[in-house]
Design a protein around this ligand. Structure first.
Ligand code: ZN
Length: 136
């Protein structure tokens, strides 16, 4: 079985979206900000030329997974995200292979996507997000 998988974005934990002027200085188009209540974060997206985006993540509550991540490790790369088609089938395959999922069922994420997170223990050390556009 094969799945279409492309790098969608790199997520960076930051105390404040305003603190990320660097990406504006680069001239990356600002795709706007969005709140994701399920993760207690405000996210800002910047587009790069090969379609992959930079996703900045600012916690909106001390209970946010992003706040907890920064408490432990400071600001920095939090996850990488692959855009997939057939997320439900892929999740089934991953579970069968014993890959450790953080959420077993896809849940709503930014940009009207359904997302699943894979534990860093199963990926070589980085949190991986799988994302599928909800309306496809
Ligand atoms: Zn993300």
């Amino acid at each position: 079985m094969s799945f279409k998988i492309a790098l969608d974005h790199i997520g960076i934990a930051t105390p404040s979206l305003e603190g990320a002027d660097f990406f504006k200085i680069l001239g990356l188009p600002d795709q706007g900000t969005e709140e994701v209540p399920t993760e207690s974060v405000k996210v800002g997206f910047f587009q790069t030329d090969n379609e992959a985006m930079i996703e900045l993540l600012e916690p909106t509550s001390p209970e946010s997974p992003i706040a907890k991540f920064m408490d432990k490790r400071g600001p920095g790369i939090h996850h990488i995200c692959f855009r997939v088609q057939g997320i439900d089938e892929l999740v089934t395959v991953l579970k069968d292979k014993g890959v450790r999922l953080i959420n077993e069922e896809p849940r709503p994420g930014a940009h009207n996507c359904r997302v699943v997170f894979i534990h860093p223990k199963s990926t070589g050390g980085v949190l991986v997000e799988l994302s599928e556009k909800a309306e496809q």
